[in-house]
Design a protein around this ligand. Structure first.
Ligand SMILES: [Zn+2]
Length: 425
């Protein structure tokens, strides 16, 4: 492993320094130069991004994405770790499946792949999965989620919260009351009425979040809420945090930027779960990411093959790509707006998601002794998004849009996975 030095990189606190990488670790930050010199002037160096919510689709849905293609997209997006959701086939509800996912991630070698285990057997919401066996497996699962489905049974949810508490695990809830969202197609509001598409009420999300923060409080466990999408959800999480409940929350890039108005073209690329909401909801989510009510940005990268999206709205699958564009949208919300700074950016994209999951060697501040997991971005770049990038799928909602910033280099455990915005192998 060769030593190298990133010359004149801008650190999250705004200072400029050389970063010396040696044997996979940060060996020095300051004036020293060692090994190959890489010009990083004008680039912001950040701890490699950590996604708490990625659908890699393997095993079972390799026509949408594989662990190799998904992690290549992740590296291009500045990520050095992703958490793979459990809604694969077979479902990641046993030690065997989570170990398989981890092994495939290690073999691909682009980012650290940390499997998420299912909360219930087969995501069926009837019986708890083998949470303890997954936690004790080689995959060392700490985050459990039935994502794609809600753990709607309060008895099961309470039991799951109590169980993971014993080993420091966390339940990541996809908050969607199933009875309130039967056949729902898009956000319930003025646009859904006009278009004649079945509505997805905000209260279907908010009622589950309210219930589950109270369950977490009663059990004395922590809980993580996936993809907040409404202003009301923000209010509930804000209230829960003020009350001292141990809750963390994520927001996706698309819910920070896109609204239900996009459904007017009936293009299923904008069909997603939870649905795109109103401009007022987007504003509330952006403010909450700035003020800390929302803890992290998580992509919910959800690749789907053309045949699942190139059809009428009601028949199309829910979900959109996100790994290669997330940093640009976080930059838009935190930096371009003038509302926050790169330190907060590092927190929401790396440090805090890593601490929620407890993943080792990730999300560490750029300091001597930290693992060399580093993303370097050019904040002055502008990119017009053309296609689905490295993903095997093409459900790209930002096509034709110009977004700020570009990931120039990604360094994973001291090795370039992306160099000059291209995969290094
Ligand atoms: Zn979800």
């Amino acid at each position: 492993m060769n030593d190298f030095t990133l010359i004149s990189a801008t650190l999250p606190n705004g200072s400029v320094a050389n970063i010396v990488v040696s044997n996979g670790f940060i060996a020095h930050i300051g004036a020293e130069v060692r090994g190959e010199q890489i010009d990083a002037q004008g680039l912001v160096a950040l701890p490699g991004f950590v996604d708490l919510h990625t659908h890699l689709r393997e095993p079972g849905f390799e026509q949408s994405e594989t662990i190799l293609t998904g992690t290549r997209a992740a590296a291009l997006g500045g990520y050095t770790a992703v958490h793979a959701m459990a809604n694969t086939h077979p479902v990641a509800d046993t030690a065997g499946v989570v170990e398989q996912v981890k092994t495939l991630g290690d073999e691909a070698g682009y980012v650290q792949v940390q499997p998420i285990g299912a909360v219930t057997v087969g995501l069926e919401g009837k019986q708890l999965a083998e949470l303890g066996a997954m936690a004790q497996s080689k995959a060392q699962v700490r985050v459990f989620s039935d994502d794609g489905k809600c753990v709607s049974d309060p008895v099961l949810m309470r039991r799951a919260l109590a169980y993971v508490k014993s080993f420091g695990g966390v339940i990541a809830q996809h908050a969607q009351e199933p009875r309130l969202t039967e056949n729902s197609q898009m956000h319930e509001g003025a646009v859904s009425s006009e278009l004649g598409l079945a509505g997805w009420p905000a209260v279907a999300e908010e009622s589950i979040i309210a219930r589950d923060v109270l369950l977490a409080e009663a059990v004395g466990s922590r809980i993580h809420i996936c993809h907040l999408s409404t202003a009301g959800s923000v209010e509930i999480v804000r209230w829960a945090k003020q009350r001292g409940i141990n809750v963390t929350a994520e927001v996706t890039p698309h819910h920070l930027l896109l609204t239900d108005e996009l459904a007017r073209g009936y293009d299923p690329v904008f069909k997603v779960n939870p649905p795109l909401r109103t401009a007022a909801d987007v504003m509330a989510l952006r403010e909450a990411l700035v003020d800390g009510t929302i803890d992290i940005v998580a992509t919910d990268h959800a690749p789907h093959p053309t045949e699942s999206k190139d059809c009428e709205w009601a028949a199309a699958a829910f979900g959109m790509l996100g790994l290669e564009t997330a940093a640009s949208i976080a930059q838009d919300v935190l930096i371009e707006s003038g509302a926050s700074n790169w330190q907060r950016f590092a927190d929401v994209m790396s440090t805090v998601p890593a601490s929620i999951s407890g993943i080792e060697g990730q999300g560490q501040p750029l300091e001597v002794g930290s693992a060399a997991n580093i993303a370097l971005i050019d904040p002055s770049a502008k990119r017009t998004i053309q296609d689905g990038g490295a993903s095997k799928s093409d459900n790209q909602p930002y096509r034709g849009m110009t977004l700020p910033g570009a990931v120039i280099h990604t360094i994973f455990r001291g090795v370039f996975t992306v160099r000059d915005s291209k995969l290094s192998r």
